[in-house]
Design a protein around this ligand. Structure first.
Ligand code: ACO
Length: 152
């Protein structure tokens, strides 16, 4: 599976502020995030490491016009169990409405798997709505456990 011609997949940068905050609206409420807040977040994401491994790996797919059309993150967590193993948590996957159905979501997820594997994760997990189970099954994931939450 490859990206459409001229599209690129890379780590998110500060220049992606408008694109990322816009594309994420297909997922949930983004709020009124200022450019300063976004820049501070990127500084944080870029600074937190587990040894050489970046903990935050927010990634974007950019179209031929340089516009962000998809975004998603794999967070790397270091645990005690599994011999202080690393687990990847896939978070905040969003494909711009007019770009859905072109396999961009699948390509993005496969890229995040690749990063997690390269960083030494022994597994990747995520939570999603029932309506997205079919998508994640197409990405090779299997149902496991139950998501629970408490909202503050
Ligand atoms: N249910 C079942 N199958 C689906 C769904 C779905 N909701 N969405 C896509 N698929 C299938 C496609 O038909 C395709 O199947 P095929 O290979 O047989 O043709 C395959 O999954 C891959 O689809 P893509 O084209 O890669 O999907 P897309 O680029 O549209 O991305 C996504 C899917 C991310 C769910 C997108 O529709 C989206 O952004 N939705 C709104 C935000 C959202 O719900 N994000 C996920 C939140 S969960 C989380 O972040 C961990």
């Amino acid at each position: 599976m490859s990206l459409p011609e001229g599209y690129t997949l890379r780590r998110c940068t500060k220049a992606d502020y408008a694109g990322v905050t816009s594309v994420l609206k297909v997922l949930t409420t983004v709020g009124d995030v200022s450019k300063d807040q976004f820049d501070q977040l990127l500084d944080h994401w870029d600074s937190v490491r587990i040894g050489q491994v970046p903990m935050y790996n927010n990634s974007v797919i950019v179209d031929t016009n340089g516009e962000v059309v998809a975004t998603g993150n794999v967070l790397i967590e270091k645990k005690v169990i599994h011999q202080c193993g690393l687990v990847g948590h896939i978070e905040d996957i969003a494909v711009r409405q007019d770009q859905q159905g072109k396999k961009l979501g699948l390509i993005l997820i496969q890229y995040l798997y690749k990063l997690a594997k390269e960083y030494g994760c022994y597994k990747v997990i995520l939570d999603c709505d029932e309506s997205n189970v079919g998508f994640y099954e197409k990405c090779g994931l299997k149902r496991a456990g139950v998501e629970m939450k408490i909202i503050f």
